[in-house]
Ligand binder design. Structure first.
Ligand code: ADP
Ligand code: MG
Length: 290
């Protein structure tokens, strides 16, 4: 049976913006020593914005953005919202054959044209030579932006430089968790260069990039097998397997339903600082019980 004090803590959590679905998760949180955390939408605000469009010769900005936005209409990813906003009120064509391979991007056919946008993996998978995009992509990543690669009819066309500011409380939260004895590991499907730039800004030393959803879950499993007690924080569909694989899954309330369903704890309003409050609440509660 769940002790009364846990129930009380669950209630306190709610007032702190920490929604506890699984009381056992709140109990386990006191023993966590490692936080595995997603980048996009979790450490970053998920308020991504297209700040630049780098075009290869022969392609136009309006053409690229309209094709890209038409396909992104089918995606709930923060990057999709950024691309749609960049296209403004341009009328968008219908898409056929829409597909969104998790953690890689989207594809579809727009007005008879094959449109592909996402990371280098996705282009490679579809047999597109992305080499001409390497240089503008690298420049974008050095500043911590995400380079969304666009191919039209199998030809590399553009790099959308998407900036997603880190959450206001991200550095303080990471600092507080580390000071409290937690190791922090960033996991991301984004490129290593972008990931490293963001990690540096937040004081995160360990980063694993270019990951697919199943890789994130595998790394959580490996850490647990090595004796770590792991909390995983994430927001996306791509984080769901890792959230479920962790000792404690923590979803951002701003995240997708699938993430929230996979997690025992949800931080309301996408307030990352709720992690610190949740940890302290759990430690206090468990100290009183033990
Ligand atoms: P993270 O793990 O940081 O949350 P994701 O796994 O969601 O990142 O995405 C990994 C990468 O896949 C992104 O950096 C991007 O390059 C690409 N990607 C994913 N979804 C989309 C999308 N809807 N549009 C464009 N690119 C995408
Ligand atoms: Mg994410």
């Amino acid at each position: 049976a769940t002790p009364m004090s846990i129930m009380v803590a669950v209630g306190q959590g709610a007032r702190l913006g920490v929604l506890v679905k699984d009381a056992a998760a709140l109990e386990r949180l006191a023993d966590v020593d490692t936080l595995v955390v997603d980048k996009t939408g979790t450490l970053t605000a998920g308020r991504a914005e297209v700040v630049d469009v780098h075009l290869l010769p022969g392609f136009g900005r309006a053409e690229v953005l309209a094709a890209a936005a038409a396909v992104e209409r089918g995606s709930a990813h923060p990057l999709a919202r950024a691309v749609l906003a960049a296209a403004g009120d341009t009328p968008l064509d219908d898409v056929v054959g829409f597909d969104a391979p998790a953690g890689r991007g989207v594809r579809g056919v727009v007005a008879g044209r094959a449109v592909l946008l996402g990371n280098a993996d996705l282009l490679r998978e579809d047999g597109v030579d992305g080499t001409p995009l390497d240089e503008p992509a690298a420049a974008a990543r050095r500043g911590g932006a995400t380079a969304v690669l666009v191919a039209l009819d199998g030809e590399p066309a553009a790099v959308l430089e998407v900036a997603d500011p880190v959450r206001e409380d991200a550095a303080a939260t990471v600092g507080g968790l580390r000071a409290g004895g937690w190791d922090v590991v960033m996991l991301t499907g984004d490129d290593p260069a972008t990931a490293a730039a963001v990690a540096r800004r937040l004081g995160i030393e360990r980063v694993e990039a270019g990951l697919r959803p199943e890789d994130k879950a595998r790394i959580v499993g490996e850490l647990r097998a090595a004796g770590r007690v792991v909390a995983m924080a994430g927001d996306g569909v791509n984080d769901a397997p890792a959230l479920a694989a962790a000792d404690v899954g923590v979803a951002l309330g701003s995240g997708t339903d699938v993430a929230i369903e996979s997690a025992g704890i949800t931080l309301l309003h996408g307030d990352l600082g709720g992690l610190l409050r949740a940890r302290d609440l759990s430690r206090r509660t468990m100290r009183n019980i033990r």
